[in-house]
Write a protein that binds this ligand. Structure first.
Ligand SMILES: Nc1nc2c(ncn2[C@@H]2O[C@H](COP(=O)(O)OP(=O)(O)OP(=O)(O)O)[C@@H](O)[C@H]2O)c(=O)[nH]1
Ligand SMILES: [Mg+2]
Length: 422
């Protein structure tokens, strides 16, 4: 990954006053500059020790070299640990600068990682949230955010949008022939519906601190959904051993600490449902799509069978855990009767809902803008020229969110909040 012309940067990554200091060098010429400055590199990934001749003295150091493209920044990256004396650090840095390195500004290493595809913008923002976290809860949420799959899922959507745009533009070349289209409009609308579900789910999560995130309980009749709903929300849903007790969905608020979460209880799935029962079940299915988390309940006496139609953000919950013989596919076990597992359930939801930075209107704005277009396209496809423009616009919103097409000034503002050396 040699990007000729890109600067090689250097900075001290540790706070002043530390016993030891970490100096980082990264860029296409990192190795040449370090050698020129008098360091001995040795083999990549092997800790190297030595003495660095600086003027009349020599400074002991430990050095680690990570080779491009597998380093954090995607360039050759050298990390040198030296004693933490301020004069010594200045001396080392100025030696590196004389040898051709540029002093790195705040977030410059993370920014290299972004431009080399080693870091996505949402992950960079999550790192930032961790370093700026003011409480343990904020830090935990930021870590969850870092682990989340937002960038993976949205990158896939963006690729599909770009492909759809290419197909649409291919059709424009045949503009004289009205009925020539390089894609199947029905298939394309179906794809947009799927993309809308992915985007709107992340939007629900992103909105979670502002609006109340939605959690949906689904599963076979008699799986204990309503009993669990009542326990969580203090609600008064009817509970009985007769399958099909809940005929329509109902919602309530579950307070997890001081955070309200909206829980929806849905009609249990009945085999051979007809009439109102079938309508109730269908209403539940629609809500599932917009929920941030779906809990599919499976009880020892009302086992969840087919899970293929459930969305990817579904978690299998073994309900009525006090009855024994739990579903082995379940992630969590709970009993509304005894209260078993409710703490773990609350913990799980807190983590899952922290997946997107809720303090970040930028992500919400971009997701909302992308979602508005996709939703419209799923309902109705305009002519090819407008369609191509809509697709370009939506892919841009997602690219902006992921850091692929983010304008420079916004990147500057985000990375400017990082510390020097990060
Ligand atoms: N032992 C035990 N029984 C439970 C528990 N939760 C619910 N039940 C019983 O299981 C039966 C069904 O409970 P519901 O909560 O009505 O089940 P549901 O999934 O809402 O059923 P539908 O509304 O028909 O879809 C009732 O007799 C409940 O008392 C539990 O945690 N432990
Ligand atoms: Mg019920």
């Amino acid at each position: 990954m040699d990007k000729a012309g890109e600067p090689t940067i250097a900075a001290c990554a540790t706070a002043s006053g530390s016993i030891s200091a970490l100096i980082r060098i990264s860029g296409p010429n990192a190795c040449a500059i370090a050698t020129q400055a008098g360091l001995s590199l040795g083999s990549p990934w092997h800790l190297q020790t030595g003495r660095w001749a600086l003027g009349s003295g020599a400074c002991p150091y430990r050095l680690l070299l990570a080779r491009a493209p597998k380093s954090f920044t995607g360039y050759d990256l050298i990390e040198i640990t030296i004693p933490g004396a301020a004069d010594l650090i200045d001396r080392c840095l100025s030696t590196l600068i004389t040898a051709g390195a540029q002093l790195a500004g705040p977030g410059a290493f993370a920014r290299q990682a972004l431009s080399n595809g080693r870091l996505t913008l949402d992950r960079a923002e999550a790192i930032l949230a961790i370093t700026h976290a003011t409480s343990a809860t904020a830090a935990t949420q930021a870590v969850a955010r870092l682990r989340a799959k937002l960038s993976t899922e949205l990158s896939v959507v963006r690729d599909r949008l770009l492909y759809a745009r290419a197909l649409t533009e291919a059709g424009l070349d045949f503009i004289e022939e009205d009925d020539v289209r390089a894609y199947d409009p029905i298939e394309m609308r179906r794809e947009f519906t799927e993309m809308h579900h992915v985007i709107s789910r992340w939007l629900t999560v992103a909105d979670s601190d502002h609006g109340e995130p939605l959690i949906c309980l689904v599963g076979p009749a008699n799986a204990g959904k309503s009993a669990l709903f009542n326990t969580l929300t203090g609600g008064r849903a009817l509970v009985s051993h007769i399958p099909g007790t809940t005929r329509d969905w109902l919602d309530g608020t579950w307070m997890i600490g001081d955070r309200p979460v909206r829980v929806i209880d849905t009609a249990g799935w009945l085999t051979n449902a007809a009439g109102l029962d079938a309508e109730g079940i269908a209403a539940g299915q629609n809500i599932v799509e917009s929920a941030a988390i779906v809990f599919a309940c499976s009880a020892p006496d009302a086992r969840l069978e087919d899970i293929r139609h459930l969305p990817t953000h579904t978690i299998i919950l073994a309900t009525k855990s006090d009855l024994g013989t739990l579903d082995e596919r379940a992630t969590l076990h709970v009993s509304a009767a005894t209260g078993h597992g409710l703490d773990k359930l609350a913990e799980h939801v807190t983590h899952a809902l922290a997946a997107v930075g809720t303090d970040d209107p930028r992500q919400q704005r971009l997701l909302r803008a992308a979602d508005a277009i996709i939703k419209r396209l799923a309902a109705h496809l305009p002519g090819d020229e407008l369609l191509a423009e809509d697709l370009r616009q939506t892919a841009d919103y997602l690219g902006d969110l992921l850091g692929i097409t983010t304008p420079d000034d916004i990147l500057h503002a985000i990375f400017g909040r990082f510390c020097i050396g990060k």
